[in-house]
Design a protein around this ligand. Structure first.
Ligand SMILES: *[C@@H]1O[C@H](CO)[C@@H](O)[C@H](O)[C@H]1NC(C)=O
Ligand SMILES: *[C@@H]1O[C@H](CO)[C@@H](O)[C@H](O)[C@H]1NC(C)=O
Ligand SMILES: *[C@@H]1O[C@H](CO)[C@@H](O)[C@H](O)[C@H]1NC(C)=O
Length: 327
């Protein structure tokens, strides 16, 4: 039921103008110099990221505008595997030896190892690597073996599926509502952040990139410029508005990490009669005992399993809507 309400909410905001975030990246100037000198190890000096805190030591953060003007990128969160912005990678060193993705190391399951923000960046990405590819990892190239904005890490030679990375929630205990969000800096004052591995998926909060609201950069305080994950993706003189603030302003687009391109067969709901999402009752995740890491979403099953469940319920929800119209 809760999944259903969340997805109704998603369907409802689809009618509003939707915009996708622009992403920046990190530039390793040392690597640039090595490249110029012809002594580079082949690893790209530039990589797409969500915010400057994800850059390594000595690297320079490029805003989305810098990325474009300096000729790097493109950076995105769509089905193009090779241009996706990185997110963090977590590894269960002592137990299952599984890999899961999280926005950053602070959101890894408890006691899991943080493998950083750029896991397997030394891999050459297979040219044909995309949605529905088979994951691979050999000497020449790999596919599915990174944690990316749109794509979760794929175990072994499993199917690489778009829309599989999951995000956390900002939870408002007063209104008992939540909004999918990348990190606690997306939350409004008084809201609490729960990461993607804190058991929230058991409450139906399946947050894929298309569900995950981000903020925006504004010109002169009130003119929309572009959707952005964090304030360091704004240009000089621009100010950052959080997702929550943005949704309370009139005539503003709804900003997301990505749009849903992987459920092409789902018919667009026609002016579905949707009850206010604010009234959606949500169980309080605070009371949720954080499950032991071994019970967490696994790279292989849980992640995509939960995703499939979400889509199935969405399909039933849409079918139900269509039926209620017909009757
Ligand atoms: C930048 O590139 C240099 C040279 O390849 C490398 O030694 C260094 O670790 C890189 N820095 C980061 C933060 O990755
Ligand atoms: C993936 O692997 C399966 C079975 O090994 C095969 O049938 C399928 O064609 C492969 N898909 C792609 C896109 O290569
Ligand atoms: C995010 O969480 C940290 C640690 O819990 C806290 O210190 C910080 O103030 C939070 N930031 C926001 C914007 O809520």
């Amino acid at each position: 039921m809760k999944i259903l309400l969340l997805n109704f909410f998603t369907a409802a905001v689809a009618a509003q103008q939707m915009e996708i975030a622009r992403f920046g990246g990190c530039l390793n100037e040392t690597q640039v110099a090595l490249e110029a000198a012809g002594t580079s190890d082949g690893v790209s000096p530039f990589s797409c990221h969500m915010e400057s805190a994800h850059c390594g030591e000595g690297e320079r953060w490029l805003t989305p505008m810098d990325v474009e003007s300096e000729g790097f990128g493109p950076c995105g969160c769509d089905e193009d595997y090779d241009t996706n912005a990185y997110i963090g990678t977590c590894y269960d060193l002592s137990g299952s030896h599984q890999v899961v993705c999280a926005y950053d190391g602070s959101q890894c399951p408890e006691n899991w190892m943080d493998l950083g923000q750029r896991f397997n960046n030394d891999h050459e990405i297979d040219e044909s690597c995309n949605d529905e590819s088979n994951a691979s990892d050999n000497e020449e190239s790999s596919c599915g073996k990174r944690c990316l904005c749109n794509y979760h890490y794929t175990s072994r030679d499993g199917p690489v599926d778009a829309g599989t990375s999951t995000y956390g929630i900002c939870y408002n205990s007063e209104s008992r509502t939540y909004e999918c969000a990348v990190a606690n800096h997306s939350c409004a004052e008084g809201e609490e952040f729960f990461g993607p591995h804190e058991g929230i998926d058991q409450y139906g909060a399946i947050c894929n990139c298309d569900d995950t609201a981000v903020g925006a950069c504004m010109e002169g305080g009130s003119t929309f410029s572009h959707c952005a994950v964090f304030e360091d993706s704004c240009g000089a003189g621009q100010s950052f508005t959080t997702a929550r603030q943005l949704s309370s302003m009139s005539d503003m687009p709804s900003c997301r990490l990505c749009s849903n391109t992987w459920e092409g067969e789902t018919p667009a709901p026609m002016a579905a009669p949707v009850s206010s999402p604010v009234s959606a009752p949500v169980n309080n995740p605070v009371s949720m005992p954080v499950s032991s890491p071994t019970n967490s979403v696994t790279a292989e099953d849980g992640g995509s399993g939960a995703f499939v469940q979400g889509s199935t319920v969405l399909m039933s929800a849409l079918l139900y809507t269509v039926l209620s119209f017909a009757l």
